[in-house]
Design a protein around this ligand. Structure first.
Ligand code: FES
Length: 163
């Protein structure tokens, strides 16, 4: 493990990523406990987690790629495909769905000229669904980056993109 600390990176991960992941792992007795944070670190540097990065992180954490893939799949804010600079998550759980989430998605995708999961031509946005964001009393709700947009109206596209 010491050799990994001294290397310029690790199997495609940058030195900064490896150092941050090692620092995170040092907080836990079991390295696997750092798996979500390790994936977040890679995502912070690259916006998404490629297969190659996932394999490298799994090796650092001494777990199998399949185990780490399971974590990445469970945690729906880890992106396993490239995304735009800002990810717009629209809540498609029941309350938001009843109050127009699908219409918001349609208008947003139409405005940005993307399908779900695609990156807009300017590289700025990706639209993805997400389960309940815990703000059902303010449905319909969208999360733009880390920011919740509540009580969206017919003017949702403008409200989401703050135009
Ligand atoms: S159903 Fe959308 S925030 Fe709960």
């Amino acid at each position: 493990m010491k050799a990994q600390m001294e290397s310029p990176g690790f199997k495609g991960l940058s030195l900064a990523e490896v150092q941050e992941i090692n620092a995170e792992m040092s907080h836990y007795e079991n390295k696997m406990a750092a798996s979500i944070e390790a994936l977040k670190i890679v995502q912070k540097h690259r916006r998404w987690v490629s297969d190659a990065c996932l394999v490298a992180v799994a090796e650092l954490l001494e777990m199998s790629p399949a185990q780490l893939e399971g974590v990445a799949t469970f945690y729906n804010l880890i992106y396993r495909q490239p995304v735009g600079k800002t990810v717009i998550h629209y809540c498609n759980s029941v309350t938001c769905w009843m109050l127009g989430a699908e219409t918001i998605r349609e208008r947003l995708c139409q405005y940005l000229n993307v399908k779900l999961g695609e990156i807009s031509a300017d590289g700025e946005y990706t639209v993805l669904p997400i389960v309940c964001l815990g703000a059902c009393d303010h449905a319909p709700v969208v999360m733009v980056g880390n920011q919740l947009k509540l009580d969206l109206t017919d003017n949702a596209v403008n409200e989401i993109l703050e135009r």
